[in-house]
Design a protein around this ligand. Structure first.
Ligand code: F6P
Length: 323
């Protein structure tokens, strides 16, 4: 390619700015033109383009959010929207696209790339960590660090009042944030889509904690769990354990913001460079990822549809440590 475009799409994630910077700087390094597209696929359809240079991305490495802004675009799901997007790219002379985002963004990228035979590479940017083909997605490490900072604080007050807190963390369909936060914060249990927690199991766990003289407890609840809404879970437990003081905290979008951790900055830097270098060697319709310290390129199809793997070892460790 001679002219590359970059956009961020879907829910923002800390480290997206670092990834944009890496894409822009490596494109310049290899003598390519580089254009930033604002507002994700919406900006692609609206022609919201800005040519960038290496100085355009100064001082963003450490900033949360995405300076290119992000959106979830319904119009890009339509053939008319994608046609408009293609026309804008062709008119500007752009011949390759880098999409930084999650599974929804890659689904759109795949369809577009097939429809117009357009070269596209994805960079995994989502706090959820729910993509196959990379050990970590950009933003996951920062989000879990933010979550445990909050849970540590909740634990202080839980302990002072001998309370049980249910803490909801993000993860639309997955428990990656929940499990990692639960282990790092020493939570009593974790309710997530992957472990099919039942009410009986919860009752048993809380009874066991009582027998072991644990008077204050945290249970981490993944937003996408299958047991139920956190308030339903709390009401059920209040009915079963009327003597317990049970509180609910939802961490919500706190987890999406903040300065990226070292891990996320380095990962974003690696993947931004890998995306540009992948384009240069002719890779197409793939996501750049890091598995076992190696850069790998996984077809969009697989990245989206193969189930990202929750390490069973982490589930086992959590069970042992919450005795
Ligand atoms: O995909 C990232 C994520 O933060 C999910 O964990 C969450 O379910 C969703 O986005 C929330 O989306 P929105 O910010 O559009 O409400």
């Amino acid at each position: 390619p001679s002219h590359i475009a970059v956009l961020t799409s879907g829910g923002d994630a800390p480290g997206m700015n670092a990834a944009i910077r890496a894409v822009v700087r490596s494109a310049v390094y290899y003598g390519k033109k580089i254009t930033g597209i604002y507002n994700g696929y919406e900006g692609l359809i609206n022609g919201n383009f800005q040519e960038l240079n290496s100085r355009s991305v100064k001082y963003i490495l450490n900033q949360g959010g995405t300076f290119l802004k992000s959106a979830r675009s319904d119009r890009f799901r339509t053939p008319e929207g994608r046609k408009q997007a293609y026309d804008n790219l062709a008119k500007t002379g752009i011949d390759a696209l880098i999409v930084i985002g999650g599974d929804g963004s890659f689904t759109g990228a795949k369809i577009f790339s097939e429809e117009y035979d357009f070269q596209v590479i994805g960079v995994p940017g989502t706090i959820d960590n729910d993509l196959y083909g990379t050990d970590f997605t950009i933003g996951y490490d920062t989000a879990t660090n933010t979550a445990i900072e909050c849970i540590d604080k909740i634990r202080d007050t839980a302990s002072s009042h001998d309370r049980l807190f249910l803490v909801e963390v993000m993860g639309r369909d997955s428990g990656f944030i929940a499990l990692r936060s639960a282990i790092a914060a020493g939570a009593l249990d974790v309710i997530m889509p992957e472990n099919d927690t039942t009410y009986d199991h919860l009752v048993e766990t809380i009874n066991r904690a009582g027998k072991n003289k644990k008077f204050s407890n945290i249970i981490v609840v993944a937003e996408g769990n299958k047991l139920g809404n956190i308030f339903e879970i709390s009401n059920f437990l209040k009915g079963k354990f009327p003597h317990l003081d049970i509180k609910v905290t939802i961490l919500g979008h706190l987890q999406r913001g903040g300065s990226p951790t070292v891990y996320d900055r380095v990962l974003a830097s690696k993947l931004g460079v890998a995306a540009v270098e992948g384009l240069l060697i002719g890779r197409n319709k793939v996501m750049a990822g890091v598995m076992h310290q190696q850069i790998i390129y996984t077809p969009f199809e697989e990245a989206i549809t193969r189930k990202a793997y929750i390490n069973p070892e982490l589930i086992r460790i959590n069970k042992i440590l919450t005795i």
